[in-house]
Design a protein around this ligand. Sequence first.
Ligand code: MN
Length: 427
Amino acid sequence: MRIEKQQLASINEQALPEHRESFAHLEKVLNNKGLQADQIVTKLKDFQVAVPSWALGTGGTRFGRFSGGGEPATLEDKIADVGLLHQLSQSAGAISLHIPWDIPGDVEAIKQLADSYNLVFDAVNSNTFQDQADQELSYKFGSLCHVDQAVRKQAVDHNIEVIKYGEALGSKSLTVWLADGSSFPGQLNFKKAFQRTLDSLQQIYASLPSDWKLFVEYKPYEPNFYSTVIQDWGTSHMLADKLGDRAYSLVDLGHHLPNTNIEQIVATLMMVGKLGGFHFNDSKYGDDDLTVGALKPYQLFLIFNELVDGMEDPSSSNPYPAWMIDASHNLKDPMEDLLQSLEAIRIAYAQALLVDRQALEEARENNDPTLAQEILQNAYRTDVRPLLAEARIQADGALDPIGAYRKLNVRKELIAARGAKSISTGL
Ligand SMILES: [Mn+2]
């Protein structure tokens, strides 16, 4: 399904006068603070977040999965769904593929299809956390860390194959997330497991094209419940540091123990130029993979405050990070959920752009925590949604993406085209 430009324009028309009014008001408020609304709108238009190919279907839990209708069963359908999200939000201009769930058959046709929706291919993701039907050796006891050299080789070869698919599509990075670890004390030799993982990653890194980056993701627990080989940002950083200049850590919001100070991790990694990518989601307990901003929008703002600080620091050698939503939805329409996540990410980004960094630094130098809090919360408590809406309007998107999605009966149309029982590959 493709939405005609005219359809969106007529849906937008009704709410346009109200938007113009609230944008003009906000523009004035920001102006009084010495901020240019149009500059922030431009930054918002440039801020694109990748949608992973596995997020378009209804997610499940280990207790079951309640599929919705009209799910994309093929890579072509998934690209079409991300295309719709991008058309509505003008902020989902990239797709991140998971191999082997989404192996491109006809690469040229896939590239053309993505291009027709103005989508590029972001990081490719390997999968050595589950066994595939045609797989020779099992990953039950790990992949890159496995005690058996043959299993490690199979996992390394898989990652190299994923790089090849990514190269054909124009991707420039590989994300490695490992489930490797142990569920019982004594099961694994921690030191040997780390060394074997490093050795395997070094082999993958050696196959990385010269203009590519390797992202090492970390996670404290699950699916293993006693130890994870790459358990935290420090371990991920040790590996990235040993691998070389093109290896980076990747921060996934849900991959921390409760109440971890993620913004501090972000600041520290950017300080040493080693934050490569970022996965957005939200959680209350663990890797809940809930809608971004659903639970902790202030934490998201504090994280963006550090991200913006790192990105705007002229002395920082950190590359522009790769942004991706990494969430799974078992109740909502996945498309609506992704639209909510895209909005929450950009709200936090826009709020972080409002922070008066000079005044904040002065407050810090003066040991004035009260003023520092005022500065941060003044930015956080500003309703920046008219800036986001303006960015969308200027880019021919929807004034109200979810409203437009519902008015256009997108899900109903997708069910009509794909059936009520189509099931998406993935989690
Ligand atoms: Mn992730």
